[in-house]
Design a protein around this ligand. Structure first.
Ligand code: UDP
Length: 327
C-alpha cells in the first residue's frame, strides 16, 4: 500500500485519484485542517482508500499507521503552504513542516520503509539569478515557508546517507486546474492563488480581482509564472514513485512546463474561456513576489520521463467548470 499524507488537499487529492486509477491501494493520513472530508469521500468512490485522520506532529499517530498497514512507499504532501502566514508565524511553519516530516521519516526508519516522494517548491530558489530555473540554480528562499521546504530537502539527503531512505523531491512551479471529470478541484480557504481568485470574481458579484504589481521588468509589467496542470502534476508523482522502485536512488526534479505566462495573459485567458468581462483593479506589488519564474524541465523529461501535456487554457477551463459546479 502507498501512504499519502495530505491527500485531502489540492495536489494530494489529484495525485491520489491518479494512483487509484492505476490500481494502487492507498492509506491517506490527513488532519483535515485545510483539507476536506468531502474530497476523501470522492476518493473512496474511486478505489481502495483507508483514511486515517491524524496529525504528523503527533509521532505516535503516524507511527501507528506504519504498524497497522503494510506501507511500501510514502507520497508526502502534508504541510502549511501560505507564504505570508509563514512570515508572520514562522514557529507554526517550522513546527508543522519540519517536525511533522521528521516524525514521518523516523517512523519510516523504524518500520523499514525506504521510498518517499516529497512536495518541494520552486520557492526554494528565491530571486532568480537566471531563467529558466534549472535544478542547480542557487537556493536562497525568501521566506520561512520556502526555508522549511529546502531544509526538508537537506534532511532527506541526510536520511538517505544514514538510513538508506531514497527520496524524490519534486519542485513544483505554479499548479492549476481541476480533475477533468470535476470530481475534485482547487479548494483553499482563504484562496490566495491567481487563477481561482480571478474565477471567483465571475461568481461573486461584489468581488473585484486584484493584480499585484504592474511595474515589474517584464513585457507587460506583470509577473510571469509557469502554470502546470494538476493532472499532469499527479502523473509526475506516479513517475517519481516508479523511478524509486526501478532505480532505488534519490533525485530532484523541477515540475513545470518551461513556459511562462504573465498575470495579465492569465487574466485575459480567463475572460476568454468564461466569456465574461471580469472586474479588475491594479494594485501595488505583493511582498516577496519574484518578477519571473519558469522551469527548465529538461531533467524531468530526460531522467524521469515526464512532461506536462495539458496547456494553460485546459487548466483554466477545468478550474472554471469546477468552481461553477459549486455554485
Ligand atoms: N496574483 C495576483 N492577484 C491575485 C493572486 C496572485 O496578481 O489575486 C499574482 C501574484 O502576485 C503572482 C502570480 O499572480 O505574481 C501568481 O501568484 P500565486 O499566488 O497564484 O502563486 P505564487 O507564484 O505566489 O506561488
Amino acid at each position: 500500500m502507498i501512504l499519502i499524507t495530505g491527500a485531502a488537499g489540492y495536489i494530494g487529492s489529484h495525485c491520489a485519484i491518479h494512483f487509484l486509477e492505476k490500481g494502487n491501494e492507498l492509506v491517506i493520513f490527513d488532519n483535515l485542517e485545510n483539507g476536506h472530508i468531502e474530497t476523501i469521500n470522492e476518493l473512496k468512490k474511486i478505489g481502495k482508500v483507508s483514511f486515517i485522520k491524524g496529525d504528523l506532529r503527533n509521532k505516535e499517530e503516524i507511527n501507528n499507521v506504519f504498524k497497522t498497514f503494510k506501507i511500501e512507499a510514502v507520497i508526502h504532501f502534508a504541510g502549511y503552504i501560505q507564504v505570508e502566514e509563514s512570515v508572520k508565524d514562522p514557529s507554526k511553519y517550522y513546527r508543522n513542516n519540519i517536525i511533522g516530516t521528521l516524525n514521518l521519516l523516523d517512523s519510516m526508519v523504524e518500520n523499514g520503509v525506504k521510498k518517499i516522494v516529497f512536495s518541494s517548491t520552486c520557492a526554494i530558489y528565491g530571486e532568480p539569478k537566471y531563467t529558466p530555473l534549472d535544478e542547480n540554480h542557487p537556493k536562497n528562499p525568501l521566506n520561512p515557508y520556502g526555508r522549511t521546504k529546502l531544509m526538508i530537502e537537506n534532511i532527506l539527503d541526510d536520511y538517505d546517507r544514514a538510513y538508506g531512505i531514497k527520496s524524490i523531491k519534486l519542485r513544483y512551479f505554479n499548479v492549476a486546474g481541476a480533475d477533468s471529470r470535476l470530481r475534485i478541484g482547487e479548494w483553499h480557504e482563504p484562496e490566495t492563488h491567481l487563477i481561482p481568485n480571478i474565477i471567483k470574481s465571475v461568481f461573486e458579484k461584489d468581488r473585484v480581482f486584484k493584480i499585484y504589481g504592474t511595474d515589474y521588468d517584464t513585457f507587460d509589467g506583470t509577473c510571469i509564472r509557469d502554470y502546470v496542470n494538476v493532472e499532469d502534476m499527479a502523473k509526475a508523482h506516479l513517475r517519481a514513485y516508479l523511478y524509486l522502485k526501478e532505480k532505488s536512488e534519490s533525485n530532484i526534479f523541477n515540475i513545470g512546463t518551461a513556459k511562462g505566462n504573465s498575470v495579465k495573459e492569465v487574466f485575459e485567458m480567463v475572460e476568454h474561456v468564461t466569456g465574461k468581462e471580469i472586474k479588475v483593479e491594479m494594485n501595488p506589488r505583493r511582498a516577496g513576489d519574484a518578477a519571473i519564474l519558469y522551469a527548465d524541465t529538461k531533467k524531468a523529461k530526460n531522467e524521469l520521463g515526464w512532461q506536462g501535456e495539458k496547456d494553460l487554457e485546459t487548466s483554466i477551463k477545468t478550474a472554471y467548470l469546477w468552481e461553477k459546479s459549486k455554485h
